[in-house]
Design a protein. Structure first.
Length: 384
C-alpha cells in the first residue's frame, strides 16, 4: 500500500510541478519574495529590508500585478545565500532554485538512508508537503537536506555535522532543538563546529551588510508573528502547523495560545534531551525532527517534509500498525490545503500522535536493550 501511495503521489507531484514551472510566472509565489530581496537591497538602503511597507511597494513595482504580503522575516545571513538570485531573470532563477533544492534533498537523503536512498527520496518527493514547497518556491528542500545531513554525519563525523547544523541558522527556527540534542549527547566537536559556522556567517553578514540589521530583525520579528495571528480571519493560518497557530484557528485567545505553545516547547525540550541520551539514535532523531514542529511557533506545512523523513526512520524499527496508519495520514494530510477543506487541516494534533507512537517504539527498544544487559544475579540458578 505504501509503495502504491508513493508511486501515485510522485507521478502526480511531478506532473503538477512540471505544469507549474513551465507556466507563466505566478504572482503569488513565495519564490518571488526570495528573488526580490537581493534586488531590494541593491536599490535601497539595506536596513529598509525590514520595512514591510517599503518592501511591499518595491515588489509591486518590480512585478506589476503583485499585491501579496511577503515581508523579510529572516536573519540577515539569508541575504548572503540569496545574493546570486539577482543575476538571473525570474523564471530561470526559479527553475535553478528548484533543481538545486532537489539535489540537496537527494544528497541529504542519501546520507541519512544509505541502504535505500532512492526509495526514501521518492517518498519525500511524493508527499503533498513537497508539492507545496516546490510550487511556492520555498526553502524546505534545503532545510530538510541540512537536517538529514547533520544527523547522518553526527555519529562518525561530528565536526562536519556541526557545519550542516550551523548553516541551518539561515532559517534558525527549524534547528531550535538541535542544541538540546547535541548538549544531551555531549557532542562538543559538533557544538564547536556549529557555533563556528554560525559565527562565520554572522561575521560575514556584518562585513557585507550593515551590522544593525541584526537589531532590526530581533525588533521586527515578534511584531510580524503577532500580525499573522491577529489576521487569522484574513489569512489561512492552517498552513502554519504549530500548536499556537492551530489553537488560534480554533478560536483560542492569542495569549492562551502563546502560553500553550510555551508549555509545549518546554515539554519538547525535555523529551528531546531524554531521547538524545536514552533512545536508539535513529529513533531519537525521528523524535527530534517531529518535536521541532511542536516546540516552535512558526513553521509551515511545506516545512513538514522533515516529518515524513522522521516517519521513514520510525518505519525502520518494524513498528506496529498505528505508526503505519499515522504515517499514511500525516503523508496525505497537507492535501487538505489544496482543497475546499483547507480549514480542517490542523497538523499539530497529528504531530503529537506521531511523536507519542515513536516514543512508544523508543521505550520498547530501550526496555529490550536493558533486558539483554541484566546482571547474572537476576537470572534463576542453574540446575544441578
Amino acid at each position: 500500500m505504501i509503495t502504491l501511495l508513493i508511486g501515485v503521489g510522485l507521478a502526480l507531484n511531478l506532473a503538477m510541478l512540471a505544469t507549474l514551472l513551465l507556466a507563466p510566472a505566478r504572482l503569488n509565489s513565495d519564490f518571488l519574495a526570495f528573488w526580490s530581496f537581493p534586488r531590494f537591497i541593491a536599490a535601497n538602503p539595506a536596513a529598509r529590508i525590514y520595512d514591510a511597507a517599503a518592501l511591499s511597494a518595491f515588489q509591486q513595482r518590480l512585478y506589476p500585478g503583485f499585491h501579496s504580503f511577503y515581508p523579510y522575516l529572516y536573519p540577515p545571513t539569508l541575504l548572503l545565500a540569496l545574493c546570486w538570485l539577482k543575476l538571473l531573470a525570474f523564471k530561470p532563477a526559479e527553475l535553478l532554485w528548484t533543481a538545486l533544492g532537489g539535489l540537496a534533498l537527494a544528497a541529504g537523503t542519501r546520507a541519512m538512508f544509505p541502504t535505500r536512498p532512492w526509495a526514501v527520496l521518492a517518498g519525500l518527493l511524493a508527499c503533498p508537503a513537497a508539492l507545496i514547497c516546490a510550487a511556492t518556491g520555498e526553502t524546505a528542500f534545503f532545510t530538510t537536506a541540512l537536517l538529514l545531513a547533520g544527523f547522518a554525519c553526527l555519529p562518525k563525523r561530528p565536526a562536519l555535522a556541526g557545519v550542516w547544523f550551523g548553516l541551518l541558522t539561515l532559517k534558525p527556527q527549524l534547528g531550535v532543538l538541535i542544541p538540546v540534542f547535541l548538549l544531551a549527547r555531549g557532542e562538543w566537536r559538533a557544538i564547536f563546529s556549529a557555533c563556528g559556522t554560525a559565527l562565520l556567517l554572522n561575521g560575514l553578514s556584518c562585513l557585507v551588510l550593515p551590522a544593525n540589521l541584526w537589531a532590526l530583525w530581533w525588533h521586527t520579528l515578534p511584531a510580524y508573528q503577532s500580525s499573522y495571528f491577529n489576521a487569522a480571519k484574513a489569512l489561512n493560518l492552517n498552513i502554519i502547523v504549530t500548536p499556537a497557530a492551530n489553537l488560534v484557528v480554533l478560536g483560542v485567545r492569542e495569549s492562551l495560545a502563546w502560553a500553550a505553545q510555551a508549555l509545549c516547547g518546554l515539554a519538547m525540550l525535555a523529551l528531546t534531551a531524554w531521547a538524545a541520551r536514552r533512545a536508539p539514535y535513529r529513533l531519537a532523531v525521528a523524535m527530534t525532527l517531529i518535536a521541532t514542529f511542536l516546540a516552535q511557533p512558526h513553521a509551515y506545512a511545506y516545512d513538514s517534509i522533515a516529518v515524513i523523513a522522521a516517519l521513514a526512520l520510525a518505519l525502520e524499527a518494524r513498528p506496529h500498525g498505528a505508526i503505519v496508519t499515522l504515517g499514511v495520514v500525516s503523508f496525505l494530510a497537507p492535501l487538505l490545503l489544496l482543497s475546499p477543506g483547507a480549514h480542517w487541516f490542523l497538523y499539530a494534533p497529528l504531530l503529537a500522535a506521531c511523536l507519542t507512537a515513536i516514543l512508544a517504539l523508543a521505550l520498547a527498544a530501550r526496555k529490550s536493550a536493558d533486558s539483554l544487559h541484566e546482571p547474572d544475579s537476576v537470572l534463576p540458578p542453574a540446575a544441578t
